[in-house]
Write a protein that binds this ligand. Structure first.
Ligand SMILES: Cc1ncc(C[n+]2csc(CCOP(=O)(O)OP(=O)(O)O)c2C)c(N)n1
Ligand code: SF4
Ligand SMILES: [Mg+2]
Length: 346
């Protein structure tokens, strides 16, 4: 009888098969955009060869915030309270800034209940990746409008949204985030390249990913539906990413391409689709987003990148050895230290 040779699974740069980056089976609705984003997260961390135990997943509440259960099951995870993921992430990153922090949030979690936390996170440039799975509704609580729903869009019931949307990308750029982009859950190639570049960036990454809610917001009249996204998206750049460990010579026309060297030696190549677009020009990035709103266009791509700005860790001048791994004898001064301090204040 013929025997078949055992199949050796393909492994990544650190010798792990993709299986080691997966998570539990999704309980979200079939076709939910959030599931596609989870798949890209698995692909990006696998392709970048990040040790899963060196990743922390942080989230709030919502269908989007449930997704960390569906990827990276070998990583650390903290599912927090609605809208409070930024505070949890700040504490966790300050305790151990040598890990990669990945925050998952929804448009409700971020732009409604969590707005206060979100804006302060963006202005600190805390090194983390913050993904908003943006469907324009509160999916988990059955589809009410969120603050990212576009003016004039409708619910299935016909109710019209008469409030303007918050553009989380424009807000994040203005506040101080250092890598800001928008993508669509259905655009595998763009989203994967953007996520890989996000992993290489040192600072706050804000990725707003339009992610249709097939159950409550995929009808005619919704600007977050698959149909609307297929007809109204304008990419501003074509994203190419070359990881530091697979540097290969690529021929490209430098006049047409903006190249950014990332902190880990990788390179991000943004082929300009919008004439002369410079992703390091902060004011211009906000301007094109405001103009696109007036034209009812959804721009995607990397809008803004700044690899020079100090992170929150730099600003606080934290010691290199993570605080969370230091013994109590170092992190907890003795009572005599408190007494001396009090004496000094007399
Ligand atoms: C303090 C608090 N207020 C309200 C809720 C109810 N609630 C749960 S999820 C949610 C909205 C989730 O929307 P979003 O963040 O957009 O996630 P999605 O489900 O759309 O992915 C709300 C209002 C809650 N869980 N906690
Ligand atoms: S209700 Fe909407 S957001 Fe929630 S899992 Fe279903 S499709 Fe996704
Ligand atoms: Mg939502």
């Amino acid at each position: 009888m013929a025997t078949t040779a055992p199949v050796t699974p393909k492994v990544n740069y650190i010798g792990l098969p993709i299986l080691e980056y997966r998570g539990g089976k999704s309980t979200l609705c079939a076709g939910c955009g959030h599931n596609a984003i989870s798949e890209r997260i698995v692909d990006a961390f696998y392709e970048m060869g990040v040790q899963p135990e060196r990743i922390m997943k942080l989230s709030g509440i919502g269908c989007s915030s449930k997704t960390p259960a569906y990827f990276l099951s070998r990583s650390h995870s903290f599912n927090g309270v609605h809208g409070r993921m930024p505070a949890i992430a700040t504490g966790a990153v300050l305790a151990n800034h040598t890990m990669t922090a990945l925050g998952l949030s929804g448009d409700g979690d971020t732009a409604s209940i969590g707005t206060g936390q979100f804006v302060h996170l963006m202005r600190r440039n805390l090194p983390m990746i913050y993904i908003i799975e943006n469907n324009g509704v509160y999916g988990l609580t059955k589809g009410q409008f969120s603050a990212t729903a576009d003016l004039g869009s409708t619910l299935k019931t016909g109710v019209v949204n008469d409030l303007p949307a918050i553009d989380t990308c424009a807000l994040a750029i203005q506040l101080g985030a250092t890598f800001v982009g928008r993508s669509f859950s259905g655009d595998k190639k763009q989203l994967l390249s953007m996520m890989k570049a996000a992993i290489a960036h040192k600072g706050t990454v804000l990725l707003d990913v339009i992610s249709p809610c097939v159950t409550f917001n995929d009808h005619e009249g919704s600007t977050k539906s698959y149909k609307f996204m297929q007809g109204n998206v304008e990419p501003i750049n074509e994203i190419g990413f070359v990881a530091s460990f697979d540097e290969i010579e690529v021929d490209y026309d430098s006049g047409q391409t903006y190249e950014v060297e990332m902190h880990d030696g990788s390179s991000l190549r943004l082929r300009k689709l919008l004439e002369n677009y410079d992703p390091t020009d902060k004011a211009n990035a906000v301007r094109i987003l405001m103009e696109s709103e007036l034209k009812n266009e959804i721009l995607t791509g990397v809008f803004y990148i700044n690899t020079e700005k100090p992170t929150f860790i730099d600003l606080l001048n934290l010691v290199d050895v993570p605080l969370g791994t230091q013994p109590e004898s170092v992190t907890r001064p003795p009572s005599s230290a408190l007494a001396a301090l009090m004496d000094a204040l007399k």
